[in-house]
Design a protein around this ligand. Structure first.
Ligand code: HPA
Length: 244
């Protein structure tokens, strides 16, 4: 992977000593300011972006997705590797493991999901028959296999508006629609990345079973605790990926 890589994720990802030349960047975009970091890993240039802003201040429905993707694109990123916490709807997706998303269903409401609304380019319809970049996905599968990390190759992500978790009835309906996992952030991120021509892939961290799939009520703590448990493997996976 020679092109400039952006990693979108939580705080933990860049707290390693494997990176050099770490710098803070303030990117001024038409949609607002984005704070991110640049670094080097051996010969590779990397950008790190905390999706939820500094200190995880923004809930999923408040994230400025257009500014985030604009900033990465304008700083020269070609590939984006996003991480996203999800609840498993399909019980073949096990808590504590990873899945590589290969399609999505959009159940968000009223998020700004396109750059093509104030342009003179006429009406633009972006192809979504393969929203997640097959090439970047191949690198991720290889890196996971090198590290003996279990990752499921493919799975349908349904994106809800949040910030509340889903009802049991909603999860039953989403299961009938074919969704394997549920989260709140991948839409419109993947769409905007496609609009900008970025090669985008999303690694889902399965942090819990979705409402009703799990017998116990879902808490934010459960999600965070399991995400923390997975962070060691995630760092290993990222390091191996950056070697490729
Ligand atoms: N639902 C929605 N978003 C999530 C979940 C969930 O169960 N787990 C982690 N993010």
């Amino acid at each position: 992977m020679n092109s400039k890589i952006a990693i979108i994720g939580g705080t933990g990802i860049y707290h390693g000593d494997i990176f050099s030349d770490m710098e803070d960047i303030k990117a001024d975009t038409p949609y607002g300011i984005v704070y991110l970091k640049s670094a080097r890993y051996k010969t590779k240039d990397i950008l790190f972006l905390e999706r939820h802003g500094k200190g995880h201040a923004l809930a999923p429905h408040e994230v400025n997705y257009r500014a985030n993707i604009w900033a990465l694109h304008s700083l020269g990123a070609k590939r984006v590797i996003a991480t996203a916490a999800v609840g498993a709807i399909n019980t073949e997706f096990q808590v504590g493991s990873f899945a590589l998303v290969d399609d999505f269903i959009d159940f968000t409401k009223g998020r700004k999901s396109t750059y093509f609304e104030e342009t003179n380019e006429g009406i633009v319809h972006i192809d979504m028959s393969a929203p997640y970049c097959p090439d970047t996905r191949k690198y991720i599968i290889k890196a996971a296999s090198n590290e003996n990390i279990k990752i499921r190759n493919g799975g349908i992500y349904i994106c809800t508006e949040g910030p509340r978790f889903e009802t049991k009835a909603e999860i039953r309906a989403y299961a009938k629609m074919g969704a394997d996992m549920v989260g709140m952030t991948n839409v419109p991120e993947v769409i905007l990345a496609r609009e900008k021509g970025l090669c985008y892939a999303a690694i889902a961290l399965i942090t819990n079973y979705a409402a009703g799939v799990s017998k116990t009520p879902l808490t934010h703590k459960e999600v965070i605790d399991n995400m923390n448990l997975m962070s060691g493997n995630l760092k290993k996976l990222m390091a191996s990926l950056l070697e490729s």
